[in-house]
Every structure is written in C-alpha cells, then in structure tokens.
Design a protein. Structure first.
Length: 295
C-alpha cells in the first residue's frame, strides 16, 4: 500500500471510531430512532450531488430493491442498535463488539454463499466468538439499569453488517459502489421517517446535540462511505477490512479523551481476543505455505 492509502485507512478508522463518541453525546437528547433518522437523511443529502455528478442515478433506480434491503441491514437497523446501546454503555465497549462484524460475515458467507473457510479460519471464528462471549458475560447485566440489552443490540448490529456484506456480494455484484453508498442511507431514511416522527423528542435537542448528529451524518456516514469505497477501489477489499482492527483503538481513545471513559483489563483482553480471531477468520493472519523446493 502507498503511504497515502495507509494514511487514509487510519483517517477512516479515526472517523468511524468517533461515530461511537458522537452517538454517545447525541442519543440522550434525540433518542435512538430520531438520531438514526436524521443521520441517514443527512448522509443521503450529502452524497446525492456526487451520485448525480458521476452519472449513477440510473443505476440506483435499476437496482433499488436490493439497495433498499442493504439500507435496512447496513444502515437503519445497525444505527438504531448502536444508538440504543450508546444510552447505557461506553463508546469503547460498543466499538469492541462492532469489531465482531467480520466474524458474523464469515459465518453467514459460509452458511449462505457456501464460502467454506479453511481450518485456520474456523479456528479464528472459534477464538473470536469466545472473546465476544467472554466480554459479554463479564459486562452484561439484565437487571434494571444494566447493560445486557445494550450489548445484545451491539451484537445484533454486527450481525446485520455481516448479513449485508454477503447480500451485497450476492445481489449487487457489478453495481456502481456510489449507487450503493448513496442508496443505502437514502433507503434507511425512508424506513425511519415515520418511526422518527412518532418518537421525536418532546423537547427540541440542544445545538450541541444537533452538532453531534451533523457530524454523524456528514463526517461519519457521508464522507466515510466515500473514503471506504475509494479504498476498496485502490487497495482491495481484503486490505480495506483492516480498518476493523483500528476502529476500537480510536473509539477507546476518543471516549477516554472527551468522556473520561476507562479502559478496563477485561475490555482490553476481550478486544485482543476478538481481533485475533477476526484476523484469522478473515485471512489477514494466515500461515504461510512452504514453497516446494526445485525438483
């Protein structure tokens, strides 16, 4: 990878890591539904001019049905789940559970697309899910005011991301990425419009909360989608997935700097195990095959 690509990869991880901070700061006043709806609507407005400039509006119209499903599974549901989780657990902890996304993606690809994993990848899945279960067991409490349902929401969001990845691979192969990038939040905005009106906060959110949701829409969704698809085009999907390993580090850092959120030993250990399993399950860490010598 070129130094510029590496820099953009770290910048994307920093932006997506910050999204957990912004949700934590905005969800209390907006509520999960209204926050997610404004986020996706703002992102769709940001991406629309670029979609038109690239002449891919027709592609969005032709493939609107599968793109609509991606909007549900890759934007609406995950954003709702993480916004709900932001009400009760730290930004760093949410991001660590988000790092399990490639594990869910690998399992779904195995079961649905018959993408049979190798033995090291199966071992990675086992290690990664052991880390998820261990961290969830240590942190989850379903007593009133506990974090149990927030953790379930984070894992459900990661599952949705994994499902969306396989669905995109199966149903949207060859569709211009910009059409998917714009269509996903656009479909999510349609899906969340009526629920957002129903659950709109009784008291108008403060200017600070509006600033958080604006950053979520413009920076963490609109601009981040552009960077993400640009990286896939430049360095490939297998290299771009490395962003998954960097996001928790930035989310924990931003939470510590701006919200004084602690990083516990259990969080650090769970994160390390999840990322190790993810690296094996996605093939980022793969044993080198011995090359045969000259005959």
């Amino acid at each position: 990878m070129k130094p510029a690509d590496i820099g953009e990869l770290f910048a994307l991880a920093a932006i997506w890591g910050a999204s957990f901070l912004f949700m934590r700061l905005g969800a209390g006043e907006f509520g999960p539904v209204a926050l997610s709806a404004v986020r996706v609507a703002g992102a769709a407005l940001v991406l629309l001019p670029l979609l038109a400039w690239r002449g891919q509006v027709d592609a969005l119209r032709r493939h609107w049905r599968p793109i609509f499903f991606v909007g549900l599974s890759n934007s609406a549901l995950p954003f709702l789940c993480f916004s709900y989780a932001a009400l009760s657990i730290s930004a760093g902890l949410s991001s660590i559970f988000n790092a399990s996304t490639p594990l869910w993606g690998a399992v779904i690809a195995w079961l649905w697309l018959r993408d049979r994993p190798t033995a090291p990848r199966i071992a990675g899945l086992a290690i990664g899910f052991a880390g998820v279960l261990g961290l969830a067991w240590e942190k989850a409490s379903f007593k009133p005011g506990g974090s149990g349902w927030a953790i379930v929401a984070c894992l459900a969001a990661a599952l949705c991301y994994g499902l969306s990845a396989s669905y995109t691979r199966k149903r949207l192969q060859g569709v211009p990425p910009m059409a998917v990038a714009d269509g996903s939040p656009r479909a999510a905005a349609v899906l969340l419009a009526l629920p957002a009106l129903w659950w709109w906060p009784a008291q108008m959110p403060s200017a600070h909360a509006w600033a958080m949701v604006a950053l979520l829409a413009v920076l963490c969704t609109g601009l981040a989608y552009l960077m993400y698809f640009r990286l896939i085009a430049h360095i490939g999907a297998s290299n771009t997935i490395a962003v998954t390993f960097l996001i928790p580090a930035f989310a924990v850092l931003w939470g510590w700097l701006f919200l004084a959120e602690p990083l516990t030993g259990a969080m650090a250990a769970g994160c390390a195990v999840i990322l190790l399993g993810t690296a094996l399950a996605t093939g980022v860490l793969a044993p080198r095959r011995k090359q045969a010598g000259p005959s």
